[in-house]
Write a new protein. Structure first.
Length: 227
């Protein structure tokens, strides 16, 4: 029975992702994005079925393990875009530096302002980088991996929903700047939105997202010590 439950949890998760991705390709709405809708549906199913989240997490640990190879795979597009890095390395470096400083700094500062628990403070720090990098940083930051994953999803959904509005509000017209904003602030979800705006924005967002993730992993021990 335990083995059957584990297989069902895994299959339901994969099936929901495939179905929601299919729906999102046609609706193109922020609320239909897999990063938002799949967790909502999964939580609803867990509540209705009475399955504890700890059991679900254990049953789907194979998907979490795949984040390791996914992190390594990010090296491929970085290599493919090496010409863009050489040409615009100052702009990209500025975007990565700004994204890390503001993303971590604002999260920690606001968490302290609202007197949130120390675990929550540390789990909020990597919220602006992609999930594989955020989870890889969690141990060095003293963060809770489950909270980190939740905060990453929330950040991605908010960034994807409000990013274009902010670009219009602040009249950001440079494709490099627009892409860097989405990639540094809203990781994968922001990159998907940037790709809808323009091809160059999507490429820059993807590159910035990956560089920010690598920087977070490398700086995590230092950030964890400072916290």
């Amino acid at each position: 029975m335990f083995a059957l439950s584990s297989v069902l949890c895994l299959l339901v998760t994969l099936l929901l992702y495939v179905l929601v991705k299919y729906v999102h390709q046609r609706l193109k709405r922020w609320w239909s994005a897999p990063i938002f809708l799949v967790p909502v549906l999964l939580v609803s199913l867990l509540l209705l079925s009475g399955i504890p989240f700890s059991s679900y997490w254990q049953d789907t640990r194979y998907l979490t393990w795949l984040l390791g190879p996914a992190t390594v795979a990010f090296a491929v597009p970085i290599y493919q875009q090496r010409a863009l890095i050489r040409t615009n390395w100052i702009t990209l470096l500025a975007g990565v530096f700004t994204g890390i400083v503001i993303g971590v700094g604002s999260s920690v500062w606001l968490a302290h302002v609202f007197s949130l628990p120390e675990t929550v403070v540390r789990s909020l720090a990597p919220r602006s980088v992609s999930t594989p990098f955020a989870l890889a940083s969690a141990a060095h930051l003293g963060a809770n991996p489950q909270l980190v994953a939740i905060f990453v999803v929330i950040t991605g959904v908010v960034g994807m929903s409000l990013g274009e509005l902010l670009l219009l509000l602040f009249r950001v017209r440079s494709p490099l700047a627009r892409g860097a904003l989405f990639g540094a602030a809203a990781h994968g979800a922001g990159t998907a939105k940037a790709s809808e705006i323009g091809e160059e924005e999507g490429v820059v967002a993807s590159l910035t997202m990956m560089l920010c993730g690598v920087a977070m992993v490398l700086l995590a021990p230092l950030i964890g010590a400072l916290l």
